[in-house]
Write a protein that binds this ligand. Structure first.
Ligand SMILES: Cc1cc2nc3c(=O)[nH]c(=O)nc-3n(C[C@H](O)[C@H](O)[C@H](O)COP(=O)(O)O)c2cc1C
Length: 320
């Protein structure tokens, strides 16, 4: 007999987290910026898009594998890094902490994720007074903390914030590209104009993202701009990924129908953060994979190639 008290969806996990994490941590994970307009839009826009399933198709053998920067993945869903994830775990350190002038994250140490975060980080009332608890550390800045003699995370955090560099631009991108042979993925691209610039400047991938509604509040949901970006880079070989508001397998299906060719990244709900179990991430990925496979079968899609724009009703959301 299934245990119905087990979380079955990512929304269940979020409710569980709201009840079990301390408020400081939950507010940090769950808040957006400004008035949370974009944070909510990321979810709502998925709900407005409706599906057009096809019937009587053989879906007995499903293949949902994809290739990302030359690596084969078993499904088009990944969990991505984000800052201070250890904050959700009980007295456990994490290697995910990150900040800096521009983000040069290592993606499996085999590519660089370039994100301009030199601009002031979107403010939000929910995490305005957030403080990294004393038992956790900004893992990337331990030696700096020691060198500068900072007594606590508050002093260190303030200093890190002062290092953010607002002058980062495409020239900086070119310079960074010139000193490494690693492939580059640019995160946060939101217009066809910038997508074309990313191609011109030699990016190998574009991650369409509004950072989970945590930066510029008032931009549309990621799913609403995905098609524009996919169209702008079509035929260039540049890979397009997205994140923002993905909570269901049907969301993944809709994104794939609307131009996502490769991979969809889910940033926030590493269940790790939400359930205080290291198995949480695996659980979330399994949930999404199972939901995607069921959704594809019910929509008549055996493989990702079967997922075409005709699978979604565009007039259900007139702005798409
Ligand atoms: C708590 C938290 C911290 C984040 N920190 C970063 C960060 O340091 N760098 C970054 O590029 N994105 C960061 N993000 C954004 C995520 O990488 C991702 O773009 C976003 O969460 C996707 O939206 P979703 O949460 O709706 O899935 C963070 C997100 C959250 C929720």
């Amino acid at each position: 007999m299934p245990n119905f008290r087990e979380p079955v969806t990512m929304d269940d996990l979020e409710r569980y987290a709201a009840q079990h994490l301390d408020k400081n941590a939950f507010d940090y994970f769950s808040s957006g910026s400004g008035d949370d307009v974009t944070l909510h839009e990321n979810r709502q826009a998925f709900k407005r898009i409706k599906l057009r399933p096809r019937m009587l198709r053989n879906v007995s053998h499903q293949d949902i594998s994809v290739t990302v920067l030359g690596h084969k993945l078993s499904m088009p869903i990944c969990v991505f890094t984000h800052s201070l994830s250890g904050n959700g775990a009980s007295r456990r350190r994490t290697g995910h902490s990150q900040s800096g002038e521009f983000h040069g994250h290592s993606y499996g140490s085999e590519s660089i994720l370039y994100k301009q975060s030199g601009r002031p980080y979107g403010k939000h009332k929910g995490r305005a007074n957030f403080l990294l608890p004393g038992h956790l550390e900004f893992a990337n800045f331990l030696s700096l903390k020691k060198k500068k003699g900072f007594r606590n995370n508050g002093e260190l955090g303030y200093y890190i914030g002062s290092l953010l560099d607002s002058s980062v631009d495409w020239e900086t991108f070119d310079w960074l590209r010139s000193i490494t042979s690693l492939p580059f993925v640019v995160k946060g691209i939101y217009t066809a104009e910038d997508a074309r610039l990313a191609v011109q400047h030699g990016a190998q991938g574009i991650l369409v993202s509004n950072h989970g509604g945590r930066q510029l509040d008032g931009v549309p949901a990621t799913i609403e701009v995905l098609a524009e970006i996919a169209e702008a880079v079509r035929g260039t070989g540049v890979e397009v990924y997205m994140d923002g508001g993905v909570r269901l397998g049907t969301d993944v299906l809709k994104a794939l129908a609307l131009g996502l060719e490769r991979c969809l990244l889910d940033g926030l709900l590493s269940g790790d953060l939400l359930t205080r179990e290291s198995k949480g991430v695996t659980k979330v990925l399994q949930m999404l994979r199972d939901e995607l496979k069921v959704a594809m079968a019910l929509a008549g899609c055996a493989s990702l190639k079967d997922i075409t724009p005709s699978l979604v009703m565009r007039h259900a959301a007139s702005h798409l």
